[in-house]
Design a protein around this ligand. Structure first.
Ligand SMILES: Cc1cc2nc3c(=O)[nH]c(=O)nc-3n(C[C@H](O)[C@H](O)[C@H](O)COP(=O)(O)OP(=O)(O)OC[C@H]3O[C@@H](n4cnc5c(N)ncnc54)[C@H](O)[C@@H]3O)c2cc1C
Length: 301
């Protein structure tokens, strides 16, 4: 990322919301469940699986966490009705983690009770301990339809892999999008990649099913190499990408015989998710800066 892009990333929160919405539209299925269903249908038709995310995070009112929980139940009903090849991803702070651990657990149990697979997304490092505790408690209580996420960016991740090993966890492995201090996170791109590869090898060797979530060409290559070195069949792992990112690469991975799942977010609470996607888009910062500074779009925040 250039110095200019880094500067833009810092000022992204000051960019007018309509501009953010315009530039992030490709990353979001829409505001309604019907729109998400439509997107998942076409992904399925192209041989891709999906994980559906009801947008929302850092929710601080209990009734809103209940509404998001209900929205997930509606998603499951739609998956069933439409025969979609999809599961769901949930954010602990959307289900109430910022309010009370017990509230989050209760909401998550309601989602898990549907019996379909639920992936617990990983948020910033202030939530890591609680999220892993929640995951362990659920597994120890006999819920096998749940998976967790580990972030290669965090220095602790290899230890977390070891600590979870007795559960043979179903893990989505990603770099981690939240900017964390160097005391707890690798900041150098090569160090993050090396951490990803180490964690992936350890997870695969421990018998975990891994959702390998990256668009990084080098990491895709290394991951495929690790998987084939171990003689894993296509049912024993999956690749994962975000909606709107490197879609042509996703098509090629499917054509090459890999199973691939696309993260499909929908809903009205699109802002925080959109900022994160723009922040990591190498080509976007400058475009947004020009649009905003020059008021090319004539939009106001
Ligand atoms: C399915 C899925 C689920 C995820 N879940 C979580 C989670 O629970 N917690 C968490 O912290 N993070 C999550 N992430 C985000 C992840 O941590 C990274 O921030 C993100 O995937 C970018 O890292 P990368 O490995 O793709 O590498 P990068 O080096 O960031 O990207 C590699 C290349 O991909 C392309 N690219 C990447 N992002 C964009 C973009 N937004 N727009 C356009 N092009 C782009 C570019 O060509 C870039 O050069 C998830 C990612 C995926 C794919």
């Amino acid at each position: 990322m250039s110095l200019f892009d880094r500067a833009i990333v810092r000022v992204l929160p000051a960019v007018p919301r309509p501009v953010v919405q315009l530039f992030s539209a490709r990353y979001i299925a829409g505001s309604t469940l019907a729109e998400a269903v439509q997107v998942v249908r076409s992904l399925n038709a192209a041989g891709k699986m999906a994980t559906i995310d009801v947008l929302g995070e850092e929710i601080r009112r209990e009734e809103e966490t209940r509404a998001i929980t209900q929205a997930y139940l509606d998603v499951f009903a739609a998956i069933e009705r439409e025969g979609l090849d999809a599961n769901v991803s949930v954010k602990p702070t959307a289900l109430g983690l910022d309010l009370a651990y017990e509230l989050c657990r209760e909401n998550l149990l309601a989602v898990l009770a549907q019996g379909r697979f639920v992936r617990i997304d990983m948020e910033d490092s202030s939530t890591t301990d609680d999220t892993l505790r929640l995951y362990r408690e659920l597994r120890e209580a006999g819920h096998d339809n749940v998976g967790v996420v580990l972030q290669a960016r965090l220095r602790r991740t290899l230890e977390d892999v070891a600590a979870l090993a007795d559960l043979r966890p179903n893990v989505r492995l990603c770099k981690g999008i939240y900017l964390e201090p160097p005391s707890i996170a690798f900041t150098d791109a090569d160090a993050i990649r090396a951490s990803f590869v180490r964690a992936l090898a350890a997870l695969l060797d421990g018998g975990s099913y891994v959702g390998i979530a990256t668009h990084d060409e080098w990491l895709i290559g290394e991951s495929v190499r690790l998987v084939s070195q171990r003689g894993l069949s296509r049912e024993q792992y999956e690749l994962q990408m975000l909606l709107g990112v490197r879609e042509e690469r996703a098509d090629r991975l499917v054509a090459e015989g890999h199973r691939l799942r696309v993260y499909v977010p929908f809903g009205d609470l699109w802002y925080a998710y959109s900022l994160r996607r723009l922040q990591e888009n190498p080509a976007m910062a400058g475009t947004i800066a020009r649009a905003t500074a020059g008021r090319v779009l004539g939009l106001r925040g």
